[in-house]
Design a protein around this ligand. Structure first.
Ligand SMILES: [Mg+2]
Length: 293
């Protein structure tokens, strides 16, 4: 049965107790189930949910800082695949690296165009990495320590899914030294990303080929699920960029998180306000089941 989830960013907004009331009669809403007081509530819908009504409901709630998501059913997935930059961490690591190299503006402009799908991902990555030539590799450590922050809910998402037996993977079009550290901080089972070539303690301005882009994220989803005897639809995936669309479309639940508009428009599940615990609520986990806090 379709289920409506209303959820908020717990740090900013509270859902009123009456949130689940006043839904269209045609939706035939059932008994609301509060997953977290003031933060997330689910309502089963026995009727038919019209596209126009859903769009209106989403827009009305969005103005109040609330995400409204309708899923065909609520399923706890066995695998998590997560993008890193602007998803699990709040920055774009390559942009932060470039800022240290004194080419921040040039690189950030290329990143933005690539994530909006305006540039080929691999070409854009090569162009940005070329601008990093000569940068000491030690800068990665500095950037990780001083600039990179985890998105709220990242640890809880991974810890809770792992506690329920799920496999968790960080899959990034960024770079291995960042994914290694971020995966360790958050508690992911594994990580995949691109490798920057280095020589004598500096980056050469080249990246190992083939570049891990959109297709590699899809391949990772297929490989990781198959390795567990599962199918892509047994996974939940989350990302924000154009290079995440393939993975988000193939997964059983594909979540566009605070995504670029061109990405969000193509995803059934979009979270514009909630933090990463939204992925737990969308799977029906209650606050009491969340670990890692
Ligand atoms: Mg991203």
């Amino acid at each position: 049965m379709p289920v409506l989830t209303l959820l908020t960013d717990p740090a900013r907004t509270r859902l009123p107790r009456t949130a689940a009331e006043g839904l269209p009669v045609a939706w035939d809403p059932g008994e609301p189930r509060w997953l977290a007081t003031g933060v997330a509530v689910q309502v089963p819908l026995a009727g038919r949910v019209g596209d126009d009504e859903l769009r209106d409901l989403r827009a009305a709630w969005s103005d109040r800082g609330v995400d409204a998501v309708v899923q065909p059913q609520v399923v706890r997935r066995r695998v998590l695949l997560a993008d890193m930059d602007s998803t699990i961490v709040q920055q774009e690591c390559v942009d932060e690296l470039a800022a240290h190299a004194g080419v921040g503006q040039e690189v950030a402009a290329i990143t933005a165009a690539a994530m909006n799908g305006e540039l080929d991902f691999a070409q854009a990555l090569r162009a940005r990495v070329a601008l990093l030539a000569g940068l000491p590799t030690s800068v990665v450590e500095t950037v990780l320590t001083e600039r990179i922050t985890l998105t709220p809910g990242a640890r809880e998402l991974v810890a809770t899914m792992r506690a329920h037996g799920a496999r968790t993977a960080l899959v990034s079009g960024g770079f291995v030294p960042f994914t290694a550290e971020v995966a360790a901080r958050v508690g992911f089972d594994e990580h995949r990303a691109n490798v920057l070539q280095e020589q004598d303690g500096v980056f050469t301005g080249e990246v190992e080929e083939p570049i891990l882009g959109a297709e590699a994220k899809v391949a990772a989803l297929r490989e990781i699920t198959a390795g567990l005897g599962l199918r892509p639809r047994d996974a939940i995936a989350v990302g924000d960029g154009a290079n995440d669309l393939g993975m988000l479309g193939l997964a059983g639940t594909g979540v566009a998180l605070h995504a670029k508009p061109v990405v969000a428009e193509q995803c059934d599940v979009r979270v514009d306000h909630g933090d990463l615990t939204a992925l737990l609520y969308l799977q029906g986990y209650s606050e009491a089941e969340i670990v890692g806090r």
